[in-house]
Design a protein around this ligand. Structure first.
Ligand code: SF4
Length: 346
């Protein structure tokens, strides 16, 4: 694999953009004079949580009806909200108006030209501020959206899951971002993620940085997402069988979970095993749950009488209830016993 330095990679990405940039209504062609901040801002707000395809028509309508920030600031709230209808996330429309009015009334109709200044406006977070600063004002700003995250995590095979990887991604994007054409570079990375380094089946063969890409052979593994620990559910029954101030305990089989420990008798936790004849169940006492490393267990706790099925269980023993704390019951059975004792008069 070639070792390529950021300037080389940056130049390749910019050259690819120069030849392949998407034509979008809010965009200037590569290398052209900077785009009107009003149009950059409008597009970036609309693109938050919304696809490019959905935004295009809305962008055209808004900028035709309100061609600059002063026109939008003077608009009727109801008209703006109605025009926004269908785009969703309506807080964005309210912020759009609040921002337009702040720019018109407090900034003389001119958007601030720095990330810090932009971030003070309603509805403009770090990403949007960086994008406007770079694309509309030519500032060197590090712009990281979802597309950029995907490209960077694949390019450098970042194993840290998102969102913990964000600082690392920011540092690497910073190293790639050029001093000039930072706006074009941001858009180049976004385009690369949207059209080549796609979430599924990336077109690595068309990618300008394929030779340097460390994650290419298993691209879809990146960005690594934090595994959601979905634990399987299991269920079982624990029986509370009482006689002369004692409760029946068994010893669990040596092999398996809680092997060899004392326990309340019951069926196994896959729902199979010894089931009591229904007439022996006196009363259901409720449920307890317990989370083991690999599954979550719900135990139905039921009072019942003894019977031949119980007598046959491993090392059944009558244990004095007033000394049950000495039995060394594992937590799940201690919970079940506690529930049963609290319902002894039920
Ligand atoms: Fe993405 Fe493939 Fe390019 Fe790597 S080579 S950045 S995985 S498109």
């Amino acid at each position: 694999m070639h070792v390529e330095t950021p300037p080389l990679l940056t130049n390749k990405i910019l050259a690819h953009y120069d030849a392949n940039a998407r034509v979008l209504p809010w965009r200037s062609p590569p290398g052209a004079p900077l785009t009107d901040p009003y149009r950059v801002w409008m597009s970036e707000v609309m693109l938050q949580q919304t696809t490019v395809a959905a935004v295009k028509a809305y962008f055209e309508r808004f900028t035709t009806r309100w061609p600059d920030v002063r026109a939008l600031a003077a608009a009727d709230d109801a008209d703006v909200m109605a025009e926004w209808a269908g785009l969703g996330y309506y807080a964005r429309a309210r912020n759009l108006l609040a921002c337009a009015r702040m720019v018109a009334n407090e900034h003389g109709g001119l958007f601030p030209d720095s990330e810090e200044g932009l971030r003070r406006l309603p509805g403009i977070g770090p990403y949007t501020a960086a994008a406007i600063a770079a694309i509309a004002f030519g500032r060197r700003a590090v712009v990281v959206d979802g597309n950029v995250e995907r490209v960077i995590t694949r390019l450098y095979a970042i194993e840290t899951p998102l969102p913990a990887a964000k600082p690392e991604i920011g540092v690497l994007m910073d190293a790639l971002t050029p001093d000039v054409r930072a706006g074009d570079f941001a858009q180049a990375m976004m385009d690369l993620g949207a059209t080549v380094c796609t979430p599924r089946n990336p077109a690595c063969i068309l990618c300008p940085v394929a030779e340097a890409c460390k994650g290419r052979t298993e691209a879809e593994r990146y960005p690594v997402k934090r595994a959601k620990p979905v634990k399987p559910e299991r269920a079982g029954v624990a029986w509370w069988i009482e006689r002369d101030g004692a409760v029946l305990l068994v010893r669990r089989p040596d092999k398996g979970l809680l092997g060899g420990m004392r326990a309340l008798p019951g069926c196994d936790w896959r729902g199979t095993g010894v089931a009591p004849a229904s007439e022996t169940v006196v009363r259901s006492l409720g449920q307890v749950t317990h989370v083991f490393t690999h599954f979550r267990l719900t135990l139905d706790v039921a009072r019942r009488t003894s019977g031949p099925d119980i007598e046959a269980m491993t090392e059944a023993m009558w244990w004095p209830i007033d000394r049950l704390h000495e039995a060394g019951l594992p937590t799940v059975f201690a919970k079940a016993a506690k529930l049963a004792m609290s319902r002894r008069d039920a």
